[in-house]
Design a protein around this ligand. Structure first.
Ligand SMILES: [Zn+2]
Ligand SMILES: [Zn+2]
Length: 436
């Protein structure tokens, strides 16, 4: 294990100040190990994310100034004393992580040792915190402290420490070819996109379309004699509406296309955003993906009004089997309710604020709609997201091209302007280089 590097006393950090729209670059103390499970990371790149905007706008219920950002990639520069060669009975990184290793962190802390983490619901670990909140300083800084680091981090210097459908040598080769800016997408937005797609595909209400057996036989391996139903081709057609084509919406769409193509499920997708530049980005991304990654289903990128008409036409007025709501506000949820069919599911991965939900219990009853809300368990989703990142470097690999998810990498002097432009939908994914 390399010896800890000596750390400076102060660092530059992007900080939010109450009540809203106030982003400053400030000198703050470099974090130190506070607990034996801590790691200190020297941040190579930190990203700006749509969910940072909730606090930025003053909608996050937050009143305390803090360092922003929950997406970062970097290098381990200090470890607490619980990181040792014989840390038995603890997550493997406590025995294997070393100073100098390259790591990416999920956007929340998770212990990896509790019931909730074992079930794969790592985003809601009772010991978890969100980076870039008053509870835990964020990663839009030169250094960041990671609590419960052996359960939280991914060691990119040692790909044998996480499972994947890819063999170790393929993972190793991929890692040497993939840029840090691309790997940074594993902190949140790509796992969240994969999560949104899988929440929909795996939802019980989608099962009749996927299995070709009616409710409730879709859950049974045995066919009950006398109850067989012959589905038509249109009964087996999965109609998906994706609302919101910011960076997470693009990740969700790419992931959904990949899942449907890989599993050979007949589909039609309508991807929706009111902002034309976001629709153009989505079209460029779709055009870039090869047939193996997007299958042969119908795919339309439309404005809100166009989308309502298209779903109506495609489904004879029945509605979409599933809706991915990747915005997190009441108008997006209203649109989702309008588009979804009876016995449909709305998967929402946007961060909703305090206003009450715009749909009533009666509306949900009258359509048998399932609302599936919440934060992605990014650590649990990481292996699948990594495999998709490797496969889809045409979208996730480069910076600033028409089909690139990442728009630009900027220095801290552009922090406030980047928040402003991202808030207005004028730029896509922005990444900060804290050392430039
Ligand atoms: Zn994020
Ligand atoms: Zn836990």
């Amino acid at each position: 294990m390399a010896s800890p590097q000596s750390l400076p006393d102060t660092q530059k950090a992007i900080r939010w100040h109450p009540p809203s729209y106030d982003i400053r670059v400030e000198d703050v103390p470099v974090p130190r190990v506070q607990h034996p499970d801590d790691a200190i990371i020297k941040v190579k790149l930190g990203a700006l994310c749509g969910s940072d905007l909730h606090i930025y706008r003053g909608h996050g219920g937050v009143s305390q100034a803090h360092t922003c950002g929950h997406e970062f990639i970097g290098e381990v520069v200090a470890l607490g004393e619980n990181f040792r060669s014989n840390a038995q009975g603890r997550p493997a990184l406590y025995s294997s992580l070393s100073v100098g290793d390259k790591v990416v962190s999920p956007f929340t802390v998770n212990c990896g040792e509790c019931h909730v983490c074992r079930l794969g619901y790592t985003g809601r670990c009772p010991d978890g915190y969100l980076f870039g909140s008053p509870a835990l300083e964020g990663g839009q800084a030169q250094y960041v402290r990671v609590p419960r680091a052996g359960g939280t981090l991914f060691n990119l210097s040692n790909p044998s420490t996480w499972s994947s459908a890819l063999p170790n040598d393929v993972k190793q080769k991929a890692l040497s070819n993939i840029s840090d800016s691309s790997l940074l997408l594993l902190a949140d937005i790509l796992p969240t996109g994969v999560f949104a797609a899988l929440q929909a595909i795996n939802h019980p209400k989608v099962a009749p379309v996927i299995t070709g057996k009616p409710w409730p036989l879709c859950f049974s391996k045995d066919v009950v004699p006398g109850n067989e139903v012959n589905f038509t081709d249109s009964d087996r057609m999965l109609t998906i509406a994706i609302i919101g084509l910011g960076p997470v919406g693009v990740c969700a769409t790419v992931s959904m296309l990949d899942v449907l193509a890989t599993r050979d499920i007949p589909f039609q997708i309508v991807a929706i955003d009111p902002i034309e530049s976001r629709r153009e980005k989505m079209k460029a991304v779709y055009d870039t993906i090869d047939a193996a990654g997007k299958g042969s289903g119908k795919f339309s990128v439309l404005s809100i009004d166009e989308a309502k008409v298209r779903v109506e036409e495609w489904t004879n007025g029945v509605g979409a089997t599933a809706v991915l709501e990747v915005v997190g506000n009441t108008s997006a949820l209203n649109l989702g309710y309008e588009l979804v069919r009876a016995f449909g599911v709305i998967v929402s991965v946007g961060v909703h604020g305090a206003p009450p939900l715009p749909v009533t219990g009666r509306q949900l009853y009258n359509k048998n709609v399932s609302l599936d809300f919440g934060r992605c368990p990014a650590r649990a989703m990481f292996p699948m997201a990594f495999d998709l990142l490797v496969k889809r470097q045409d979208v996730f690999g480069k910076v600033g091209e028409p089909a690139s998810l990442i728009d630009r990498i900027v220095d801290f002097s552009q922090a406030a302007e980047s928040y402003r432009a991202f808030d207005k939908g004028e730029v896509g994914k922005v990444i900060f280089d804290p050392w430039n």
